[in-house]
Ligand binder design. Structure first.
Ligand code: FAD
Length: 540
């Protein structure tokens, strides 16, 4: 039943971004009038509802702490044993190849999420919080009122169709959370080509596929403890131009996906279940073997072409915003989707709060947008043109340390401390942020040059235990301390130094092995040797 026709905020799309935004807004301001217009009917199906099951620290913190969903996540979803990566040739066992991952859980938690289960929970609890969830309603038209022409009281208009009947509601704010439909982005022609052309196919199997059982080497099995628990990781089976994901779901199913650079693995080679299986038999035979007896338990199959997408604008002082995939999506490799939902929702929430309190947002909207797009672009270079490197264990094991250090040391640190929407605070860090951006650009180029100089490396038997890399465990653990502004500034400055040192340590060591790697990073010794164990394990 629709009880009203005027709202403070109308959210287009009741998926993960839209439902979490409604919860966030109502938890802060219970009297806010919030409508969510969703084309599907609730409750949605579990297991096969949507892809996007693995969370990392920012998204997990947003869901667990900011939105107070911890009980749901711990009782009804699965804990995640970090990201884990395997490199090996087809003839090798897992114990004979290179594995990169933790032997312990990192301090800051993350979760494997059954999307249907979470969205159903959010729909029910949002209704209790006072949101108007209008399901089975397809948005057909949106009229955006421009504040230049309108007055403070003029509203945007949203027309949707429900049971074949059109209906129009008005709202001061519109937030587009319609996922890939990207209603407003299309309407305002804001699409941006990111130059990152990656495809994916995925399916769910009604069986708990445990990677721990793929190799019976006792020593290998116990590297992560006596109880098998690698299966709780987001497991990445790595190869040149691709990675395969294995994600366990609380419903007992396993999500399996192949993500590939079409220049190396064209989509037509994997875009049906039969073709995906044939491809797995060649490239990841152990995975294929494990799936083979379970093929009749296949629950769904989907393919997506060119999944990365950007937007020239995401927030407007004209009281609209884009969140979730309706705004932008990078690449699922490090599971950043929920992170950008967290960041976008937090920013748009701040804009709504300021505006409803009668404060101007003409400067705040473009400033927050610039922070959002900078984070997005900085993250994009982590993936763009890097898929050819994905089969090289040496380069990737060091790239993981680098990418995690940049992620935990900068955006995650600021997000956990509630600072990504504090413009003055962010501006006070601008020199350090600019330096990290510049170093990241150079390092991603360095990894590519290294690959060009030495593309193919056999994966030797090695376990790069990230729990033994002090800088990683510390940066992760520090996320959990809430600190005052001065301490945070010092911590950030220390992280910039650490990242700079890491850059010198990696590049110096690699140059010893491969003097022909081209780079504009100056030759300089690091002040501390933090990665000796990793270099040794990888024979660098
Ligand atoms: C291959 C792949 C793997 C991914 N893996 C991960 C991962 O492991 N972790 C992660 O965090 N993220 C991942 N993502 C990203 C993930 O999909 C997003 O983080 C998340 O699903 C986006 O949520 P959303 O709410 O923006 O979109 P959605 O969940 O798609 O929600 C959009 C909603 O809008 C509704 N809608 C659309 N059009 C209309 C309309 N006209 N009227 C009314 N309603 C409408 C839809 O029905 C839908 O419910 C992955 C993405 C891809 C492509």
């Amino acid at each position: 039943m629709i009880t009203d026709s005027k709202y403070d905020v109308a959210i287009l799309g009741g998926g993960l971004a839209g439902l979490t935004l409604a919860r966030q807004l109502l938890q802060k301001q219970p009297d806010m009038r919030v409508a969510v217009v969703e084309k599907r009917a609730f409750p949605v199906s579990e297991t096969t509802h949507k892809v996007g099951e693995s969370t990392v620290e920012i998204g997990a913190h947003y869901f667990g702490e900011e939105l107070q969903l911890k009980k749901h996540l711990t009782d009804d979803q699965l804990p995640k044993f970090g990201l884990r990566f395997f490199f090996k040739d087809a003839w090798q066992t897992l114990a004979e190849g290179t594995e990169v991952g933790g032997s312990e859980f990192f301090s800051a938690p993350s979760y494997q999420v059954d999307r249907g289960r979470l969205e159903n929970y959010l729909q029910l609890t949002n209704t209790d919080l006072g949101a108007e969830i209008i399901d089975q309603a397809r948005v057909r038209q949106v009229v955006i009122d421009s504040s230049e022409g309108g007055t403070k009281d003029t509203n945007h208009q949203i027309t949707f169709e429900r049971d074949g009947v059109p209906r129009t509601i008005e709202s001061r704010w519109i937030v587009d959370a319609s996922g890939r439909a990207s209603f407003i982005k299309r309407k305002l022609k804001l699409e941006e080509d990111l130059g990152h052309d990656i495809n994916a196919v995925w399916f769910r199997i009604d069986a708990n596929l445990q990677i721990d059982g793929w190799c019976d080497d006792q020593d290998w099995q116990q590297l992560t403890g006596k109880v098998p628990r690698r299966w709780l990781s987001t497991n990445h089976l790595m190869g040149e131009g691709y990675w395969v994901w294995l994600i366990p779901l609380a419903t007992g199913s396993t999500s399996v996906g192949i993500v590939a650079d079409p220049r190396i693995h064209p989509l037509p080679t994997i875009n049906t279940f039969e073709k995906a299986m044939a491809w797995l038999e060649i490239h990841e035979p152990e995975c294929w073997e494990c799936l083979q007896p379970n093929v009749d338990k296949m629950q769904d199959f989907l393919a997506i072409k060119k999944m990365s997408r950007g937007s020239r604008q995401v927030f407007s002082a004209d009281r609209w915003g884009l969140v979730g995939e309706a705004a932008a999506f990078l690449d699922p490799f490090y599971s950043p989707g929920s992170d950008f939902i967290a960041i976008g929702n937090t920013m748009v929430g701040r804009l709504i709060e300021e505006d409803l309190a009668g404060r101007p947002i003409e400067h705040l909207a473009p400033t927050l947008q610039s922070v959002f797009l900078t984070l997005f672009q900085n993250n994009l270079i982590t993936y763009r043109d890097q898929y050819p490197l994905f089969g090289n264990p040496r380069i990737m094991a060091l790239k993981f340390v680098w990418d995690y250090a940049v992620y935990w040391g900068f955006p995650a640190l600021l997000y956990f401390n509630g600072k990504l929407t504090e413009v003055g605070f962010i501006q006070s860090l601008s020199r350090g942020i600019e330096e990290i951006r510049d170093m990241n650009l150079k390092m991603q180029t360095f990894f590519r040059s290294w690959y060009e100089a030495d593309p193919h490396v056999d994966a030797g038997a090695a376990f790069v235990d990230q729990s033994e890399i002090e800088l990683m465990t510390r940066l992760n653990a520090e996320l959990r301390d809430k600190v005052d502004d001065e301490t945070l500034k010092k911590r950030f400055a220390a992280n910039v130094e650490l990242i700079r040192d890491l850059m010198f340590e990696i590049t110096e060591r690699v140059r010893r092995l491969q003097p022909t790697v081209e780079s504009d990073i100056p030759s300089q010794s690091a002040s501390t040797n933090r990665l000796c164990g990793v270099f040794e394990a990888l024979e660098i």
